[in-house]
Design a protein around this ligand. Structure first.
Ligand SMILES: Nc1ncnc2c1ncn2[C@@H]1O[C@H](COP(=O)(O)OP(=O)(O)O)[C@@H](O)[C@H]1O
Ligand SMILES: [Mg+2]
Length: 215
């Protein structure tokens, strides 16, 4: 299964969500790896901090679109779950990543600017579907979501009316997501109970989404 966490925007939580999902899948017993497609190498660095006592999650680097395709095809043979940490910088690479994915997850922050950015992203998504000549399953993930603010609720409503729907699980803004990175961990491996529950819920919802994809 190839799951990509992608968006044309930086700072929306692609690496955070990719790492945290990978950790949950690994703890659920799936042979899991991450492909870091971003030039900033966030997930490769994260792996460098990860203790050998924790479930092994190899992270492979790849920025170039052609190498990326080969890397992912090769890993698909060896791993049950391949999670692609997307890049915001290269549109062509993003189209390729979408095409290669069984499931595409698109983090979005509760901000008008992020909502506008999704319009361009959805065009890339359409290009990828046209090239692949089939529908590709994708969901938005609301990150740093705060239900107390009207903007968060309004955005959720707009997304619910869009062709790509938001997952029911939202990710709140929590310090533990920032701290866990420095230990090469996912919040599943930290003591913050609410964050752990949230990421388990997200993983379950992603697994459920995967089970509905016809293969
Ligand atoms: N839910 C969250 N709560 C708190 N901080 C977050 C959350 N999600 C992401 N961050 C922080 O926001 C910044 C951008 O996240 P990152 O995963 O690097 O985004 P991207 O990979 O899309 O550029 C990082 O500093 C990260 O630690
Ligand atoms: Mg990143």
């Amino acid at each position: 299964m190839i799951i990509s966490v992608t968006s044309l925007k930086g700072g929306v939580g692609k690496s955070t969500i990719a790492q945290n999902l990978a950790v949950c899948f690994a703890h659920n017993g799936y042979k899991t790896c991450i492909v870091d497609s971003d030039t900033n190498k966030s997930s490769l660095r994260w792996a460098g901090f990860r203790s050998e006592d924790l479930p092994n999650i190899p992270v492979f680097g790849s920025e170039d679109g052609r190498v990326l395709t080969q890397t992912i095809r090769g890993l698909y043979e060896d791993y049950e779950v391949v999670i692609i940490d997307g890049t915001p910088s290269l549109n062509k690479v993003t189209s390729k990543i979408i095409m290669l994915s069984d499931l595409v997850l698109i983090p979005i922050l509760p901000s008008g600017l992020d909502l506008w950015a999704t319009e361009i992203f959805l065009e890339r998504y359409q290009d990828a579907e046209d090239q692949k000549e089939e529908k590709i399953t994708g969901y938005f993930i609301m990150n740093q979501f705060d239900p107390r603010y009207n903007l968060s609720k309004d955005l959720m409503e707009v997304l619910e009316g869009s062709e790509i729907r938001p997952l029911e699980t939202t990710i709140k803004q929590r310090m533990v997501y920032r701290e866990a990175v420095l230990e090469g961990k996912g919040v599943y491996e930290c003591t913050n109970k609410k964050a752990k529950e949230e990421i388990i819920r997200l993983t379950n919802e992603v697994q459920q989404a995967i089970s509905t994809i016809a293969v």
